[in-house]
Design a protein around this ligand. Sequence first.
Ligand SMILES: [Zn+2]
Length: 316
Amino acid sequence: MAKVNTVLGPISTADMGFTLMHEHLLCAFPNAVTEYPDLLVPDVLEYVVARLKLAKAGGIDTVVDMTTLDLGRDINFIREASKRSGINIVACTGWWLDVPRFLSGLMASVTPAQMAESFVREIEKGIGDTGIKPGILKSASDVGGVTPPQEMGLRAVAKAHLKTGVPIVIHSYHPGQVARQQLDILKDEGVNLKHVKVDHSNDTTDVEYLTWILEQGCYMGLDRYPGRMVSPLARTKTLKALIDAGYIDRLCPSHDCILGYILPAGIATQQYEAMNPHRYLYIKKVVFPWLKEMGVPDARIKRLCVTGPRNFLEGK
Ligand SMILES: [Zn+2]
């Protein structure tokens, strides 16, 4: 039976239930919660737990937290939030976009094999001294394509995957078709693309390009809701088109919703939440009714956020 590591220990993939594959409990910078809490939403742990409890009550069973160390991953915070809310949370390892400019000279001399060792250590032994093991590897590139430090990180993620079997998620920039470049690098490292999920794919409505990605064998994160650039309704039409084309069991809708954040001065938390008052329940409350209106049968809607995540984590 396949297992996935959550922050409270391994669970069977059969028990993941309704799974949001790309969310963030908190995005900031490392040690923000313990050392610079005044910059964050007040009582940030309570704040996040309250919203996770609402998600749990609304039928969300499992959340994958895609926050890497450089985005402020705080593994003790995530563990505590999981314990208090009752939601299964899978953490990730890997690297986000880039390194601070003044460090990039130093990082340029780090090799993929060297970086991969850190990711493998977290997967095999745990993050820091917590014993908590991540269940996903992440790499990111955005506007302008894969930069040299990002290529190093992506190759490191590939090497860590080949060593551990933990699947890979890539943050991509779809208006620029950057996944073509990212997938080429992963193929060059010898990665079977069925172990790769290409995220933020609903930032484009170019179904032909998205079909090309799926035809490479990848899974697909349609994981920005409500999102910017493309309207939520247009995102849902893209989702419907890919369901109709027969890819439903490789699609992973999610929100990329950050619950806890650095709160700019003068902004109230209500204003901050106004863009998506449903938080992790937006897909259930808004997107699924749209799909139903568009003629997608209930039995198919029920597979979304269940079979795709499970198949991906089982390496099918
Ligand atoms: Zn994200």
